[in-house]
Write a protein that binds this ligand. Sequence first.
Ligand code: NAD
Length: 441
Amino acid sequence: MTTTTKPHTIKPIDGKLGILLVGQGAISTTFIAGLDAIRKGRTKPFGSVTQMGTIRLGKRTEHRSPLVKDFVPIANINDLEIGCWDIFEDNGYVAAKKAGVLSDTDLEAARPVLEKVKPMRGVFDQQWVKKLNGTYVKTAKTKREYADQLMDDIRKFQKERGVSRTVMVWCASTETFTEKSDAHRTLKSFEKALDDNDPTIAPSMIYAYAALKLGIPFANGAPGLTVDTPALIELANETRTPICGKDFKTGQTLMKTILAPGFRARLLGLNGWFSTNILGNRDGEVLDDPGSFKTKEESKLSVLDTILQPELNPDLYGNICHKVRINYYPPRGDAKEGWDNIDIFGWMGYPMQIKVDFLCRDSILAAPLVLDLALFMDLAKRSDMRGIQEWLSFYFKSPQTADGLYPEHNLFIQEMKLKNTLRYLMGEETITHLGNEYYGM
Ligand SMILES: NC(=O)c1ccc[n+]([C@@H]2O[C@H](COP(=O)([O-])OP(=O)(O)OC[C@H]3O[C@@H](n4cnc5c(N)ncnc54)[C@H](O)[C@@H]3O)[C@@H](O)[C@H]2O)c1
């Protein structure tokens, strides 16, 4: 263990927390329905570290392992107010029904709450999501005006719902692949680009800009560039606002970041990893477009390299064939199936194969991440932690990091980082697992 001094004063919770979700699709409606079921005691918050996770404090002999929610001052799930934007006018119930995640029983149980969820008009440009033709969208002359309209929406939501703090989570469709442009370089160039309707400013960047301008933390659940640009990092630092992303770590990539650290730890070599998926929800439809898929592919492919570090272990990992496929297959709806064929080798180079067939439910895996991110981002904001929150990389496929740092993908290192950050914030000792104090060393 290492000694730390309490670095931050954490502002107290003084009222309700607003969670603004961009996109009112499968993940968002599953999150809202689940939250309602948890509040009413119909289910437990499975998959949520903030609600069910425990955290060890001090030495193992002390037997102190409180629940995370009892250890850090995070908002109570009964004190959350949810708002959404979408580009279709459906209320939450209709959207959830279309998303096809929940059983009829769960859908009907959540109906009163879901029906009350009426989206705000979205900022949309079909150039960025080719497969969707949004009909419930804002109109404006410039991208700056769109940002202003979003800020008006936010202020109205805050006032009407009486929230004292707000966070924003991007749960909208994956936008087409884009790289950083001149417009993204500085806040000044970004703001000029908003005025000039620069084509490299995506709708997601306008939402992020609006949030950060108002000091609202922004988490990016999709793989797009969005808040991962020097301009918006500058704005986040300027307004002392936390940001994090990208791309919720669920499904196949979650499995990859669980398995690959094990191979690496035991020095088992890898010849290839072929991953394919079938899914039939709207996300799958959007990803059927090559532009949106490229954004996703980049995010999914980056994982293995940083876990296996081929440059340090060329004999084991220097020649890996890594392929990822996503196939839109409507009959499956949200019940995705992800297959992995993993070609590994061991002692004397003998080959072995591992097959993983994960019959998962994307939105069921993603919903608790929305809850945790919202609560932790609010904690970060109240603790005056601004800019990139790498300690939340536990939740992302493609973690956003400071310039020049490679992201840490290993789920177990990410978990340790997250929990040590909580210990550090609360003035507890961080845990290194060295354990020499038990042996008189
Ligand atoms: N489900 C998972 O496990 C998972 C994992 C990682 C990332 N993601 C990403 O999370 C996002 C949401 O996933 P989902 O399954 O809920 O998708 P979804 O298609 O069901 O929902 C997305 C919603 O966003 C809306 N939308 C699109 N552009 C918008 C805009 N500019 N403004 C407002 N609304 C907009 C769409 O109309 C749709 O209702 C996707 O980008 C997906 O790639 C999902």
